[in-house]
Write a protein that binds this ligand. Sequence first.
Ligand code: RP5
Length: 162
Amino acid sequence: MVQVGIIMGSNSDWNVMQYAAAFLQEFGVAFECKVVSAHRTPDLMFEYAEQARERGLKAIIAGAGGAAHLPGMVAAKTTLPVLGVPVPSKYLRGEDSLLSIVQMPKGVPVATFAIGEAGAANAALFAISLLANENPELAQKLADFRQKQTDTVLAMDLPAVD
Ligand code: RP5
């Protein structure tokens, strides 16, 4: 059964959102990816958000750029955790996306991540850590992943000074 939904406002967001998909795949979490636009397919957006919990999803990762309404509007229609990813935009480099997503008024939260690739990847890792609360095997995979990162940094060399 699909556990995490990855949605995005356009297929042009895929360059960034694929980093979320890659981590979910690596950790063996069942997920789906779909284009759902807040302003171009508002009815689909409401339908997706309204049905997400009964379909068995545990979290929704929503990425959008510009005046990025998608994560907030989805959060308005579901009590599932919504993880917002600001996608870099053409003119404001994603600062518009970030502020649109992060500044939710009190009462309807969206967990907001960094702009771009790091945000998409971390949103997936955060969803995995939510699922790991009820799944010891996933928790162990997450711990192994962290340890590998630690080992990589501890093994880093720097060039000698000339
Ligand atoms: C937003 O507008 C999308 O999330 C995307 O980041 C941006 C541009 O969309 P396209 O014009 O590339 O379809 O809705």
